[in-house]
Design a protein around this ligand. Structure first.
Ligand SMILES: *Cc1c(COP(=O)(O)O)cnc(C)c1O
Length: 386
């Protein structure tokens, strides 16, 4: 196997799903987003474990992602969160996927295709209560629900919305989220008043699962927390600090670590430079290690020296620019590091990493989602039961 690989700790996935379940009232369903290859962790193995842990639904972004899960033998309902293309309708129907729809044009088109195939397709009506992405306006929702209810080839399986700032504790953002919840509640009430059964009503992403229990409705859709990271202001210390609304203490465990190996150690003389652009110059005679991992593996160039890897329990920074397939590690002047020593690029502390994906994200001005989604396909994933 390649020197650079990722461990995926499935025991941590079980832990995180349980931590989420502890927050839900009995009967509330759990939909686990496995889009973007399960945020980089591998959609098929994560989906199988999610099913084993009692997930009621899975969510994907693209129809092709849903098809991959069906081919792998997943039989529970799969919601497609992004809008489908009309050219994907047949695949949706044949693979029993539940698309999100939010306009009369797509509803009518899908109805025509499904009716011609003698099928009735479950759909979820997406309402935009303030995210500003896809979704009908709250005023149109009841008419669209009616259109779905009156169409022979589609049935209303759910109504849902998505929050824009539920991970922020700023008072204005809290007020905004509360307003989204209120708008969504009104939409659902209006649909019911028309005598239409809305199906599963759902809204909560990761942060809302913990911070807005009133947004759980019939089902929740937490992604990030399932993979072991805390969303925005909803940190571990906040959740367990008494000021939040959690029912039980929360301890999430990241699923992924990325490891590599020192494949060469160079003696570098004072004044010599390392890597493209010659931006790093040795201030004294020292040692530099090479690891076969670079931005082609998902270690973004802009992480630069913010990336501190762990070798034998000690932190060492990247030196010089990260290349496509390799990067260099400053080992200091009197290094105890040996060739072939294992390097942990990031991962959970429990497995020896001094830096987490969240730490790298904070230093690089991004979010942990981007770090794990960015780990490339060519990095083999090794699934562990721990
Ligand atoms: C990605 C996504 C989620 C999950 O969001 P997290 O922040 O990862 O919990 C839920 N709903 C929709 C519509 C999404 O696109």
């Amino acid at each position: 196997m390649r020197a650079t690989f990722a461990n995926i700790y499935m025991g941590n996935l079980r832990n995180n799903i349980e931590q989420v379940r502890n927050q839900l009232n009995p009967g509330v369903k759990l939909c686990i987003p496995v889009k973007a290859d399960a945020y980089g962790h591998g959609a098929v193995p994560v989906a199988h474990m999610a099913v084993e842990c009692g997930a009621d639904y899975l969510a994907v972004a693209a129809v092709s992602e849903g098809v991959e899960l069906r081919k792998a033998g997943i039989t529970i309902p799969i919601l497609v969160l992004s809008l489908p293309q009309p050219s994907e309708f047949i695949e949706i129907i044949e693979n029993h996927l539940a698309p999100s729809l939010c306009d009369s044009e797509l509803i009518r088109m899908l109805n025509v295709t499904a009716t011609a195939m003698g099928r009735k397709i479950p759909v979820h009506l997406k309402v935009d209560t303030g995210m500003g992405r896809i979704g009908c306006s709250p005023d149109e929702a009841a008419d669209l629900a009616q259109l779905i209810a009156n169409s022979q080839g589609v049935s209303l399986d759910g109504v849902f919305t998505h929050f824009a700032v539920s991970d922020s504790l700023l008072p204005a953002d809290v007020a905004y989220t509360k307003k989204q919840i209120e708008t969504f509640t009104q939409v659902v009430d209006t649909i019911r008043q028309l005598g239409i059964e809305p199906g599963l009503c759902h809204a909560a992403n990761s942060s809302a699962v913990f911070e807005y229990p009133e947004s759980h409705f019939d089902m929740v859709r937490p992604g990030l927390v399932i993979y072991g990271y805390y969303p925005g202001d909803i940190t571990e210390s906040y959740l367990n600090g008494g000021s939040s609304k959690v029912k039980a203490p929360v301890h999430l465990k990241p699923l992924m670590d990325v490891r590599s190996s020192i494949v060469a150690i160079k003696q570098v003389k004072k004044g010599e430079s390392i890597s493209y652009g010659r931006q790093w110059v040795a201030q004294e005679d020292c040692q530099v290690g090479v690891i076969p991992a670079g931005y082609g593996d998902g270690l973004l160039r802009r992480y630069g020296e913010n990336l501190e890897v762990t070798i034998n329990g000690k932190p060492y920074p990247v030196c010089g620019r990260i290349c496509m397939d390799q990067c260099m590690i400053y080992l200091g002047v009197d290094s105890k590091v040996s060739r072939w020593d294992e390097v942990i690029i990031f991962g959970p502390a429990e497995h020896g990493a001094l830096q987490s994906a969240q730490d790298i994200a904070s230093k690089a001005g991004t979010i942990s989602y981007e770090i794990t989604c960015g780990i490339a396909q060519r990095v083999p994933r090794v699934y562990k039961d721990e």
